[in-house]
Design a protein around this ligand. Structure first.
Ligand SMILES: Nc1ncnc2c1ncn2[C@@H]1O[C@H](COP(=O)(O)OP(=O)(O)OP(=O)(O)O)[C@@H](O)[C@H]1O
Length: 310
């Protein structure tokens, strides 16, 4: 059974903005990145999957349930970490997460135990009796994650979980999400406009632009090899380029690399022989892979689709 499936899912807000347009996709369980620039429709998608927004047309299934008609059942099995700060500053973290557990229907003692456990999973066990207002941004993000985990969901929907964090904090949050997805066997959908960082921890990606689906697929299927070889030598790049041209290979310079079309298996040998003949120190020779970033059009209007790591 697909983890999430949509058929022609469309959401137009009362003001007339179409945030999701005719989205049809199906993703398997795992860690799934929902990527797109600010305004692409990610939050709208998450809220629709939770049954908090009703689609204008089309359908969605989450864990085999229709959020429009079975919203409560969906929310009982799904944990949600919203994008914006939603934490009461004068509450103690353990109390807040317990309260959120109670809201999902857990009895008081179970909610308390589960809250401690969830706070331990996110690395806040020692600090759990402190007021949230005194927490750093990273700790607040972890409390939001703990409250999403408290009822032991099958699926987590995380809306921009690295928002407001510095690079080290982002890294720690992504490592934590990856651990939850792999060690706890919980599927995770993680929204981000930071494609590079999300690509690193995900099995699959759903890429959207202006409310439309660009592609939903496994990351490895999106990054198959191209028919271009990248060569990098420590020195003598120009010399190598000229020598390759003499042997009928057209090399294009890109930064410190030379890119050569991969005609057939002999191309590798020809390059290696040329490098050896010139006695140049070879740093790399490999087949270029497609990058997920290529899915997105380079033109505006997605200036904030930052690629941090590819
Ligand atoms: N309640 C609303 N009423 C009207 N328009 C809305 C509403 N919420 C979102 N929109 C619009 O729908 C589009 C998609 O917004 P959405 O928040 O889903 O995008 P996003 O990809 O999550 O971006 P961000 O990361 O900036 O939140 C945007 O044009 C936004 O302005």
């Amino acid at each position: 059974m697909a983890l999430i499936a949509t058929q022609s899912l469309t959401k137009t807000y009362p003001g007339g903005v179409t945030a999701l347009s005719d989205l049809t996709l199906s993703v398997e369980p795992g860690i799934i990145g929902l990527v797109g620039a600010n305004g692409a429709g990610k939050s709208t998608m998450i809220k629709t999957l939770l049954g908090l927004l009703t689609p204008t047309s089309g359908q969605a299934q989450v864990l085999g349930l229709d959020p429009t008609t079975a919203g409560e059942q969906v929310r009982a099995r799904v944990g949600y970490m919203p994008e914006h700060d939603c934490l009461p500053p004068d509450m103690i973290a353990a109390e807040f997460v317990t309260h959120m557990g109670r809201m999902t229907g857990l009895p008081r003692t179970v909610a308390r135990e589960r809250a401690s456990e969830a706070l331990r999973h996110v690395g806040l066990y020692e600090e759990r009796y402190r007021q949230i207002g005194g927490y750093s941004t990273g700790m607040k993000q972890r409390v939001k994650l703990a409250q999403a985990l408290v009822h032991d969901p099958d699926l987590l929907l995380l809306d921009e979980p690295t928002n407001g964090l510095d690079p080290a904090g982002r890294d720690a949050m992504l490592t934590l999400i990856h651990r939850i997805g792999t060690e706890f066997g919980i599927s995770v959908v993680v929204c981000s406009h930071l494609l590079g960082e999300i690509e690193r921890i995900c099995d699959s990606l759903i890429a959207i632009e202006g409310g439309r689906l660009l592609r939903a697929d496994r990351v490895d299927a999106m990054t198959t090899g191209t028919d271009v070889l990248a060569i990098e030598v420590a020195e003598g790049t120009d010399e190598l380029s000229a020598a390759l041209a003499q042997r009928g290979l057209t090399a294009t310079a890109e930064g410190r690399m030379l890119l050569v079309p991969l005609a057939d298996e002999d191309t590798y040998d020809l390059i290696l022989r040329t490098v050896a003949d010139l006695d140049l120190p070879l740093h790399r020779l490999d087949q270029r892979r497609h990058r997920v970033a290529e899915l997105f059009s380079t033109a505006a209007p997605q200036p904030s689709l930052e690629v941090t790591h590819v």
